[in-house]
Design a protein around this ligand. Structure first.
Ligand SMILES: *[C@@H]1O[C@H](CO)[C@@H](O)[C@H](O)[C@H]1NC(C)=O
Ligand SMILES: *[C@@H]1O[C@H](CO)[C@@H](O)[C@H](O)[C@H]1NC(C)=O
Ligand SMILES: *[C@@H]1O[C@H](CO)[C@@H](O)[C@H](O)[C@H]1NC(C)=O
Ligand SMILES: *[C@@H]1O[C@H](CO)[C@@H](O)[C@H](O)[C@H]1NC(C)=O
Ligand SMILES: *[C@@H]1O[C@H](CO)[C@@H](O)[C@H](O)[C@H]1NC(C)=O
Length: 372
């Protein structure tokens, strides 16, 4: 395990370096000094595929909580389709890549200049396979992307200077569980999920995207929907063990993809699992708050059957919201707050990369400010 995590530290770091290598050119006015270490890859676009951890407003207004108050109260100040009080993983990764958070597929016709930042194809609730929602699964999301390439909305050059973020699979397992499992058994189902996911990653790269970052699955057993049974005191170890198997299979699949992709490591794993865990364990994170009761969500239904954002027939709100979302890691029963995502993002960066660069004595400044 130690060896593997070190390996992923290095590969994540190379990924960050290769992105950072482009910062100087892209952000000419930046006062930060950055080294050109790994060639001159200059990411100019971010393409995003996945579920609610990445969706910035594709999901349908009539069906999703993300379009109801109090979602979006921190950013942009009203519900706007993000499953959080504010920003989500996509926004932080875009910041890192050096582009504005890409326009949603839903708004592609009105994207205008914003198409220059790439596009977000992620839909809350979706999976590698069809889940409990009707929204497009990952294959269909990539079909949308391919169609836009066919229509020359994005060119070869665009793709060569682009990065993809892929984050999903939690809903595949939720759907599997909701259906009471299948004859298949969970380990075999996981193999199916990861094999299909790997095919999708390969397809995105095959369409011309230079670097493809895929997230390891977060510790599902630590989500408030699981920890509610212990009054938000304890993660469900059974569920986390299952997640670890998914993540191991994903590591193996990605290693295989990289051994085939010729020169540079085209595929990178962003380890959401360990970054969630380290934040939830309240390990010291430079520049980041500690969360008082990290497993307890900020926004909750007042009783069974109600959710964050629920109202009764008369429009009376049937949920409670904590006073200060900044001090909560989780926003609702599944999703982090903006502060939670920021801490996760810092953990991803700081733990796997800056520490490494410090040990290599490199002067590398990464702006981890909050001004997305
Ligand atoms: C994705 O969704 C489409 C449309 O529902 C379906 O035809 C296809 O089989 C799905 N793909 C996977 C891999 O489940
Ligand atoms: C894009 O074009 C290729 C080549 O013509 C074709 O095979 C593919 O089906 C098209 N994809 C979509 C989603 O339209
Ligand atoms: C943990 O999760 C498993 C699978 O969802 C479930 O069967 C079990 O009851 C849970 N354990 C606790 C202590 O909540
Ligand atoms: C790797 O390349 C070999 C030979 O071209 C091919 O048979 C195999 O399917 C590829 N594996 C992956 C994971 O792409
Ligand atoms: C850097 O990484 C090493 C080895 O993984 C670890 O022992 C050390 O505590 C880390 N330092 C910081 C500042 O995180």
């Amino acid at each position: 395990m130690e060896r593997q995590s070190l390996f992923f530290s290095f590969s994540f770091c190379f990924f960050l370096f290769s992105l950072l290598a482009g910062f100087q050119g892209v952000q000419g006015s930046s006062h930060h000094h950055r080294h050109h270490l790994y060639g001159t890859f200059r990411p100019t676009k971010l393409f995003v595929f996945g579920d609610s951890y990445a969706d910035t407003g594709n999901n349908r207004k009539t069906e999703a909580n993300s379009w109801k108050t109090p979602y979006g109260i921190t950013f942009p100040g009203k519900p706007a389709g993000r499953f959080s009080d504010g920003r989500v993983l996509t926004d932080y990764l875009a910041r890192f890549v050096g582009v504005k958070s890409p326009v949603t597929y839903r708004w592609r016709k009105y994207g205008g200049k914003r198409l220059r930042n790439g596009m977000n194809f992620a839909y809350g609730g979706t999976g590698v396979f069809n889940t409990l929602v009707m929204d497009p699964n990952m294959t269909t999301q990539i079909d949308f992307f391919e169609k836009l390439i066919n229509e020359s909305v994005f060119t070869k050059w665009d793709l060569q200077s682009s990065v993809a973020l892929v984050t999903l699979a939690g809903n595949d397992y939720a759907a599997y569980q909701a259906k009471g499992g299948t004859d298949l058994g969970l380990p075999s189902f996981m193999t199916l999920v990861v094999n299909q996911l790997a095919l999708n990653l390969k397809r995105i790269h095959g369409l011309g995207v230079r670097k493809v970052a895929v997230t390891a699955l977060e510790p599902l057993g630590c989500l408030p929907r699981s920890t509610v049974k212990s009054s938000f005191q304890q993660c469900n170890g059974t569920e986390n063990t299952a997640v670890s198997l998914h993540n191991l299979l994903l590591q193996q699949a990605v290693a295989k993809l990289n051994s085939n992709a010729t020169k540079d490591s085209a595929f990178i794993i962003l380890d959401l699992y360990s970054s969630f865990i380290s934040v939830l364990q309240n390990k010291e994170q430079p520049g980041s708050l500690k969360f008082e009761t990290p497993l307890k969500p900020c926004c909750m239904g007042i009783s069974n059957g109600y959710y964050c954002g629920s109202e009764d027939e008369k429009g009376v709100k049937m949920y409670t919201v904590c006073e200060n979302p900044q001090s909560s890691f989780f926003w609702d029963t599944v999703h982090p707050t903006q502060a939670g995502w920021r801490a996760v993002y810092l953990a991803l960066q700081v733990k796997t990369c800056l520490n490494l660069t410090a040990r290599l004595s490199l002067d590398l400044s990464v702006d981890v400010g909050d001004s997305i």
